[in-house]
Design a protein around this ligand. Structure first.
Ligand code: AHM
Ligand code: MG
Length: 334
């Protein structure tokens, strides 16, 4: 097999060339370690007795799977011992998890969706862990409101995809790099250098079952795509929906495409501005997308510029190939 750069060597180079701090490198390696453990649980599936519902709900009233809770526990236990964190906010917790006094407190905060796409768990579909690291320049213990920093404050964003291969994809703001897990050695090896999203695409991703509730800009965009070569776009489009944002974003980073999870009339009636969470899902994926040359927008503003007002805030998400996201922005402004 070809000799590849390890994650540790890649990070050492980031420190030298791009001045990524030793503390952030340590945190990255600890996050990678947590993902290796979660990957093993996902891989063993029913044999590890981790499938099915937990019988509990999270703060957003969503049913938690057993593996949602276990992944959350694994991520917290590993990363709180890194010495690099002052607090952890998770999609699965009502409030942030403070670093216990038994551990050293560091200069970063992390927000995490420990197991995104968890409706895929029981059917052996793709899932992933999404994480975002923010600065914390104080000796004091952070409060929930201290996590409310816009996406453009991130110092590290990434995800780990649990699919046919386990892949860690990350950015420190100098492009996007993808690493594949060698399950024999437990090492992540650089397999996708400088990932780039092409500006043009003819592939879109949306849950089309909600079409009756869409607002006009999204309705117009999708109507034009599905009318194909005979329609105003004069092109036949293709559609994919993984039911896992990590799976869909990964495909777009590999071959282009546009991902839509809009707000719609039904959600807004129940007080939700979309499904996906700004701090655990939208912001980290937005930074990865922009670092790969794509765009990420809510229809009203860049996702990276949205100032969070609460930990579990939701936003509409349009991201991917820049020409198509720009078209969606134009339709929202029309
Ligand atoms: P989760 O964090 O509870 O798994 O929810 C987020 C997931 C995304 O991964 C995915 O894009 C979306 O929910 C799918 O939603 P839907 O079932 O409405 O298609
Ligand atoms: Mg999620």
């Amino acid at each position: 097999m070809r000799k590849r750069v390890s994650l540790a060597d890649y990070l050492a180079n980031e420190t030298q060339v791009n001045h990524v701090t030793a503390e952030l490198v340590k945190l990255t390696l600890t996050i990678a370690d947590a993902c290796v453990d979660i990957a093993a649980l996902v891989r063993h599936g029913e044999l590890a007795d981790v499938l099915g519902a937990s019988g509990q709900q999270n703060v957003q009233g969503e049913d938690q799977k057993k593996l949602d809770i276990i992944s959350n526990d694994v991520f917290i236990e590993k990363t709180q011992a890194s010495g690099a964190l002052a607090g952890i906010a998770s999609e699965e917790l009502d409030h942030h998890h403070p670093i216990p006094d038994t551990h050293q407190r560091g200069s970063y905060l992390v927000t995490v969706d420990p197991l995104d796409g968890s409706s895929n768990i029981d059917v052996n579909g793709a899932t992933g862990t999404i994480f975002s690291v923010l600065p914390w320049a104080s000796d004091a213990a952070p409060r929930d409101e201290d996590f409310l920093q816009a996406g453009n404050r991130q110092v590290l964003a990434g995800y780990c995809l649990y699919s046919s291969a386990t892949m860690l994809v990350l950015t420190f703001g100098h492009g996007v790099a993808g690493f594949t897990l060698d399950i024999e050695t437990g090492d992540f090896l650089l397999s996708h250098e400088a990932m780039k999203v092409p500006a043009e695409t003819t592939e879109f991703a949306i849950n089309a079952a909600y079409a009756a509730h869409w607002y006009p800009p999204v309705q117009r965009y999708i109507d034009e795509c599905v009318s194909g070569a005979a329609g105003p776009r004069e092109t036949d489009f293709n559609m994919r929906w993984a039911g896992s944002m990590v799976g869909d974003v990964h495909r777009i980073l590999c071959r282009g495409g546009v991902f839509l999870y809009p707000a719609d009339a039904r959600m807004e009636k129940s007080g939700r501005a979309g499904k996906l969470r700004l701090m655990y899902e939208a912001s980290p994926m937005a930074w990865l997308m922009e670092q790969a040359g794509g765009l990420a927008h809510t229809g009203a503003s860049e996702i990276m510029a949205v100032q969070p007002t609460s930990l579990h805030q939701r936003v509409p998400v349009f991201l991917g190939s820049s020409d198509e996201v720009q078209r969606l922005i134009d339709y929202h402004n029309a």
